[in-house]
Design a protein around this ligand. Structure first.
Ligand code: SF4
Length: 215
């Protein structure tokens, strides 16, 4: 089986088990998605959704965040971790959106990554999930699952993004992220993958290697 054939089967199986998925971060507009994604670094989506429920009621626009009091915002997002940097970046990011982008969230990758605290992963979340632009998001689940499956040998998220873009058809770029997250949460759990009940086992080089080692 060639790598392309394997990818096609894996994508079909992921779709069959998890369906066309949607972004796990609650949002109603692009700036809410941008801020929620910034908050999600080193934090669970559930925790971010809990925090943004109140946060987006208090701050109802990019301008509100641009004018936020740093100490107050830090307190409000404290439970998401790395709150000092996150609060500082959110304020600086929103100030730049107001000053240079007329208060709109751009869809261009370079423009997005020029914003404070916005890397390729955050930019790709916004581009894919809000603007519908095919984008591969590499988070901790995608990194782990795609390595175990043998779809990449790289550990660097940007290299993994490019590896996946080469072998995954463009129309699947957005879904593969949310489906791999679902798989990483339910079955291919970090450090204790449930290979025995995994529908991807016949195609998974990492899972087969683990099974041999534990025999
Ligand atoms: S077979 Fe094991 S390692 Fe491979 S994807 Fe499934 S759970 Fe993860």
């Amino acid at each position: 089986m060639t790598k392309k054939e394997k990818v096609a089967v894996v994508l079909d199986l992921l779709l069959e088990h998890y369906g066309p998925t949607k972004c796990y971060l609650n949002h109603e507009n692009p700036w809410q998605l941008l801020i929620a994604t910034m908050l999600s670094a080193q934090c669970t989506d559930d925790r971010v959704n809990l925090v943004t429920k109140d946060l987006f009621q208090k701050y109802t626009s990019i301008k509100d965040f641009a004018e936020a009091d740093l100490a107050e915002l830090e307190r409000e997002i404290h439970s998401t971790g790395f709150y000092h940097n996150k609060a500082k970046n959110i304020i600086a990011c929103c100030q730049k959106l107001l000053a240079e982008y007329e208060g709109e969230v751009p869809s261009d990758l370079d423009a997005l990554t020029s914003l404070a605290g916005v890397g390729r992963k955050t930019a790709n979340v916004v581009r894919g999930n809000w603007y519908g632009i095919p984008s591969v998001v590499v988070d901790t689940h995608v990194k782990r699952v795609s390595n175990l499956l043998g779809l990449t040998k790289n550990q660097d998220p940007v290299k993994i993004e490019f590896d996946l873009m080469k072998i995954v058809p463009k129309e699947k770029w957005i879904d593969i992220n949310t489906q791999m997250i679902a798989h990483g949460r339910k079955i291919c759990i970090a450090r204790r993958p449930k290979c025995g009940e995994c529908f991807l086992f016949p195609y998974c080089t990492g899972g087969q290697k683990l099974a041999k080692e534990t025999k």
